[in-house]
Design a protein around this ligand. Structure first.
Ligand SMILES: Cc1ncc(COP(=O)(O)O)c(C=O)c1O
Length: 366
C-alpha cells in the first residue's frame, strides 16, 4: 500500500513487517480442506489448560478495564525470577517492550547496534525512532559479539542481542556475553531478547539477570513461545527500576488486557505443561534434524523451537510446493537468506507430514 505524503518523513525508510499468513487465509486462498502452520514458532501443544481455565473464569469481568500495572502477574513474575516487582514491566507481547525501550531511550540520530539478519522488530522500531542503525553481520549464523562491541561508539544508546536468535536459532554463551559486557560504557543499554529462553536446552546459556545490578540492561521474555499464548499477546521486561520507569512513561495505560494477565499468571504455574513442551521439542528436534540432513539439507544448530535449514536455489519453489500441500513454513528471502527455510517444530504427526511432503517434492523434481 502507498504511504501518505502526510506521514513523517522517516516512515518512508521503515521496512514494513511481513507476518506469516494465518492458517485460515492459506486454506481460503488455495481451497484446501486443512492446513498446518509451522511458520511462526508457536507451541504445538497449545496453551496450558490452566491458562484456559483462568481465561474462562475472567470472562464475566470483561466490562472492567484491566489492571494497568498487572499487579498480580508482576508479583508472580518477581517470585519466579527472584527479583523485585519494581524491576518488571509487562507488554502486549515482548514486541511491545522492544518498542517501549526504543521510544523511551532513542533521540533522532542516536545509534543502535543490530545484528544482521536477526529479529526484524529491532530495526523497524529503530527506524521509526529515527535512530542511526549500525548493522553487524552474523558470523557462521551466530551473533558476532566482538564485532558488535567494536560497533559501539559515544552515540550508541542501545544494543540488541536476541538470545537465542530468530531466524537462526543459535545462541551466545555465558563467556561471550561476559566478554561483551566487560568495560562496556554505561551510556549503552544492552537489550537481551530472550523470547526462546525457556526452550534453550543448552548448558552454557547465560543468566542475564546477573547484569541487572551492574549495567543498564533490559531483558525480555514472552508467553508466546514456550507457554503457548501467542494469540493473547503477553510478554515482559526486566530492568533496573529507572529504566522500567522510563518505559512506563511511554506506554499506554491499559496495554495488557485482563485475559492476558490471568492467562500468563496461570501458565507460569503450569510447570507440567512447560516440561511437556520441552520434552516434545527435544525429541522432535532430533527427529527433524536427522530427517532433514538425510534429505541433504544442512541444519543450523538450534537452541529454539524452530530449525533453519539450507535448501539451496530451489528454496522458494520448495516452500510454494509445501504450501500447495497445506504446509506453511517460512522462506528466508526477506532475511537475506534466499537459500534457507525456517520450520517450527510441530507435533510428531505434523513433522512427519512435513518430511514426507519434502521427500515427495524432491522426488517429483528429480
Ligand atoms: C527473537 C524474538 N523476540 C521477540 C519475539 C516477539 O514475541 P512476542 O511479541 O509474541 O512476545 C519473537 C517472536 O517471534 C522473536 O522471535
Amino acid at each position: 500500500m502507498m504511504l501518505t505524503r502526510l506521514a513523517r518523513k522517516s516512515l518512508a525508510r521503515v521496512t514494513p513487517y511481513t507476518p506469516g499468513k494465518p492458517i485460515e487465509e492459506v486454506q481460503r486462498e488455495l481451497g484446501l480442506p486443512s492446513a498446518m502452520k509451522l511458520a511462526s514458532n508457536e507451541n504445538p501443544l497449545g496453551p496450558s489448560p490452566k491458562a484456559l481455565e483462568a481465561i474462562r473464569q475472567a470472562l464475566p469481568s470483561l466490562h472492567r478495564y484491566p489492571d494497568s500495572h498487572c499487579f498480580y502477574l508482576v508479583r508472580k513474575l518477581a517470585r519466579h525470577m527472584g527479583l523485585v516487582p519494581e524491576q518488571f514491566i509487562v507488554g502486549n507481547g515482548s514486541d511491545e517492550i522492544i518498542t517501549l525501550a526504543v521510544r523511551a531511550l532513542i533521540e533522532p540520530g542516536d545509534e543502535v547496534v543490530i545484528a544482521h539478519p536477526t529479529f526484524v522488530i529491532y530495526q523497524i522500531a529503530s527506524q521509526i525512532a529515527e535512530a542511526k542503525i549500525r548493522t553487524v553481520p552474523l558470523r557462521d549464523f551466530r551473533y558476532d559479539l566482538a564485532g558488535m562491541r567494536r560497533a559501539v561508539t559515544r552515540r550508541t544508546r542501545l544494543v540488541f542481542i536476541a538470545n537465542p536468535d530468530n531466524p537462526t536459532g543459535t545462541y551466545v554463551t555465558r563467556a561471550e556475553v561476559e566478554a561483551f559486557m566487560g568495560g562496556l560504557p554505561p551510556h549503552v543499554v544492552v537489550f537481551f531478547d530472550e523470547a526462546y529462553a525457556e526452550v534453550a536446552d543448552v548448558p552454557d546459556y547465560p543468566d542475564s539477570r546477573a547484569f541487572l545490578g551492574r549495567h543498564p540492561v533490559i531483558i525480555t521474555r514472552t508467553f508466546s513461545k514456550a507457554y503457548g499464548l501467542a494469540g493473547i499477546r503477553v510478554g515482559y521486561g526486566m530492568a533496573p527500576t529507572d529504566l522500567i520507569e522510563a518505559m512506563h512513561r511511554v506506554r499506554e495505560p491499559f496495554n495488557v488486557n485482563s485475559l492476558a494477565q490471568v492467562a500468563a499468571a496461570a501458565a507460569l504455574e503450569d510447570t507440567e505443561h512447560l516440561e511437556a513442551t520441552r520434552r516434545l521439542l527435544r525429541e522432535q528436534k532430533r527427529v527433524l534434524v536427522q530427517a532433514l540432513e538425510q534429505i541433504g539439507f544442512a541444519c543450523i544448530p538450534s537452541a529454539t523451537n524452530f530449525i533453519l535449514f539450507r535448501v539451496g536455489p530451489k528454496a522458494s519453489e520448495t516452500v510454494q510446493a509445501l504450501l500447495k500441500r497445506g504446509i506453511i513454513v517460512r522462506h528466508m528471502q526477506g532475511w537475506d537468506l534466499p537459500d534457507y527455510v525456517r520450520v517450527t517444530i510441530g507435533l510428531p504427526q505434523e513433522n512427519q507430514a512435513f518430511i514426507q511432503a519434502l521427500n515427495q517434492i524432491r522426488r517429483e523434481a528429480s
